[in-house]
Ligand binder design. Structure first.
Ligand SMILES: [Zn+2]
Length: 185
């Protein structure tokens, strides 16, 4: 079978959910690396950034590297209150070390509050800079229908490509050869 640069693609899916902190909690809501100084915060061992966590699981799943709980155990005090953007950067480094590069990530945040749209550009900028590829963030309100008032969820899908220059060069030359063959017919 002829190999092409497109043989080495992997998709991964990630999901996360954290409950709202009780009223009066001193926690701060962080979504996609953006801090919200007002509104309900989320409970979690780290900063409870559901978007960053879903992205990490999507990346690790695509690369076959396990999951966020395995990489950053919530029993480890080192990750108490951790900045999840820093955890995402560590996850990306693991993916790179395993020979993969991120093509893109697409996220859906399910939250009745806060409104995601006014902060989307800032979240996308932070996340994209961290994974070195485009990250899209979409907000989905449920109007309470799904009974999700108790927290915020995020779903993410990530696409990776194997970073293998030799394979890429071989695939490109084979394609070039096929084009040449087509021309001479
Ligand atoms: Zn989480």
């Amino acid at each position: 079978m002829t190999s092409t640069p497109f043989d080495s693609l992997r998709i991964g899916q990630g999901f996360d959910v954290h409950p709202f902190a009780p009223v009066g909690s001193d926690r701060v809501l962080v979504l996609g690396g953006v801090r919200f100084e007002s509104g309900p915060a989320l409970v979690g061992h780290s900063d409870a950034d559901v978007i960053a966590h879903a992205c990490i699981d999507a990346l690790l799943g695509a690369a076959g590297l396990g999951d966020i709980g395995g990489l950053f155990p919530d029993t480890d005090p080192a990750y108490g209150g951790a900045d999840s953007i820093a955890l995402l950067a560590l996850g990306v480094a693991r993916v790179h070390d395993a020979g993969w590069r991120v093509i893109n990530i697409d996220c859906t945040v399910i939250a009745d509050e806060p409104k995601i749209a006014p902060h989307r550009a800032e979240m996308e900028q932070r996340l994209s800079a961290t994974v070195e590829a485009p990250v899209a963030v979409k907000g989905k309100r449920t109007e309470g229908v799904a009974g999700l008032g108790g927290g915020i969820q995020c779903h993410a899908v990530a696409l990776l490509t194997r970073f293998d220059q030799e394979n890429l060069d071989q695939g490109n030359s084979e394609i070039a050869g096929q084009v040449e063959e087509g021309r001479s017919r």
